[in-house]
Structure formats: structure tokens, C-alpha cells
Design a protein around this ligand. Structure first.
Ligand code: SAM
Length: 229
């Protein structure tokens, strides 16, 4: 599959069945058991990143790029906590939902939401974050995406991805990972060593790491900062 194919399939999915599915998972309404498990796991990933950033106690001074922001699960609480957030997503439906969820006077001026694929993002941000997006792309495309995200970052990159281990590869093969009728996009696992190698090649070093693991949701979270030159 070419780059264009993967990206357009993902974009189409998140503007159609994927939008309905993920808007529900990332919401608080009724969902089935599997979706509830994924909702809980995803919230743990969001909470881990929020805890890291709040612990540094400098959110008021940070510009943050949230690439592939979905419905704003991270962008909205970050802006509420005082950061200046540029959030974007390839899916206009996801961005539309994020805008509805961010409908609040207090966020005006601190949260900007736009429809953009992360490869076309420009500018410089203190921190660049990309959660649970790389799963939609094979390693060679993920490499280019991570390098691009690094080029946008003055200081720090935070990524999450589904780790490629023997165990998760087997789960994926037998179909119990990412279950449900609307799993119409391919799910790619990434070797942690490959992700770290790309970050290091771009001048970043791992600082904090975490793993979220529920029954159906697996996400490795890495924080990397620019090495002193
Ligand atoms: N990061 C959000 C979160 O954790 O709540 C959303 C995660 S959701 C599983 C993946 C999101 O990535 C979708 O909203 C999708 O539209 C977006 N996406 C996929 N490929 C993208 C790309 N190339 N550029 C920007 N967004 C992309």
C-alpha cells in the first residue's frame, strides 16, 4: 500500500464509521463491553500524559501541538490547565466534534482546532504530542511522521503507539486485538526500539515512559526531549 492509500483510507474511516465508533468510545454514553474497556484504557493514556505535564508545573508557559487530536480528549484539558494548544486532525468530523466539546468561553484564545494531516503541519512548539495515531500507519510511514513531528518541536515530543511484541503480534493475528465490526482500518504494531531509534536520530532522548494495558487496549507512551547540543 502506498502512503496516499493508507492516509486516504484512514481519513475516510474517521469521517464515516470510524467517527461514530470513536466518538462513542471517547464519550461518556453507553457502549458495549469491549468499547468500555478501550475507553478506560485510552483515558489512562490521557491521564498519564496530563499527570506528566502538570507535574512539571509550567503549562501556562507552554505551546503544545496535539497532532491527530481526535475529539480533543487531551487538547481540551491541556488548554483548560493553561497551555496554549494547537490541535489538528485529518478528519473534519473529529475536529467538528472537538469544537463542540470545547464550546466554552474559557478556552477562547488557548485552543485552536483545525483540519490538517500531521505531515502538513508547520511551525514550532515547545511540546509536540501525538497519541494513538501511529497505529494507523506501517513503520516506514511512521518513521517519516515521527521525524516530521520532531522537526516541529523545540523541546519535547510525546508519542503513544501499540508496541510490537511477540504477545501482541499473536493477539493481533488471532483477532482479539482491536475487535468489533467497524475495525475497518489496519492496525499496525511498532517496535519500541524502532521508535526510539527514530527519536534519537532526530536528536531526542527518552525521559519518561509508561504503558497502558487493559484487555483490548495497549499503548506504549514515550516522552523524549531534545538532547543538549
Ligand atoms: N489522539 C487522539 C486521542 O488520543 O484521543 C485521537 C486518537 S484516534 C485513535 C486517531 C486519530 O488520528 C483520528 O482522529 C484520526 O483522524 C487521526 N489521524 C489519522 N491519521 C492522521 C494524520 N496523518 N494526520 C492527522 N491526524 C490523523
Amino acid at each position: 500500500m502506498t502512503t496516499v492509500d493508507d492516509k486516504s483510507v484512514v481519513k475516510e474511516y474517521f469521517n464515516a464509521t470510524g467517527f461514530d465508533r470513536w466518538r462513542r468510545i471517547y464519550g461518556d454514553g453507553e457502549v458495549n463491553k469491549v468499547q468500555l474497556d478501550i475507553r478506560i484504557g485510552h483515558q489512562q493514556t490521557i491521564d498519564t500524559v496530563l499527570d506528566w505535564l502538570k507535574a512539571d508545573d509550567n503549562l501556562n508557559h507552554l505551546t503544545i501541538c496535539d497532532a491527530g487530536c481526535g475529539v480533543g480528549s487531551l487538547s481540551i484539558p491541556l488548554a483548560e490547565a493553561g497551555a496554549k494548544v494547537e490541535a489538528s486532525d485529518i478528519s473534519e468530523k473529529m475536529v467538528g466534534e472537538a469544537k463542540e466539546r470545547a464550546e466554552s468561553e474559557t478556552l477562547k484564545g488557548s485552543l485552536n482546532l483545525s483540519v490538517q494531516d500531521l505531515e502538513s503541519l508547520r511551525g514550532q512548539y515547545h511540546t509536540v504530542i501525538c497519541l494513538d495515531v501511529l497505529i494507523h500507519y506501517p513503520q516506514n510511514q511512521a518513521d517519516a511522521m515521527i521525524s516530521h513531528l520532531c522537526s516541529l518541536s523545540e523541546s519535547r515530543v510525546i508519542l503513544s503507539f501499540a508496541p510490537k511484541t511477540c504477545f501482541y503480534s499473536l493477539l493481533k493475528k488471532i483477532g482479539s486485538l482491536f475487535p468489533g465490526p467497524s475495525k475497518t482500518t489496519r492496525a499496525y504494531l511498532h517496535k519500541e526500539a524502532d521508535v526510539i531509534a527514530i527519536l534519537e536520530k532526530n536528536g531526542f532522548q527518552i525521559q519518561r515512559q509508561a504503558m497502558t494495558k487493559t484487555r483490548f487496549y495497549f499503548s506504549r507512551i514515550l516522552e523524549a526531549t531534545r538532547s543538549a547540543s
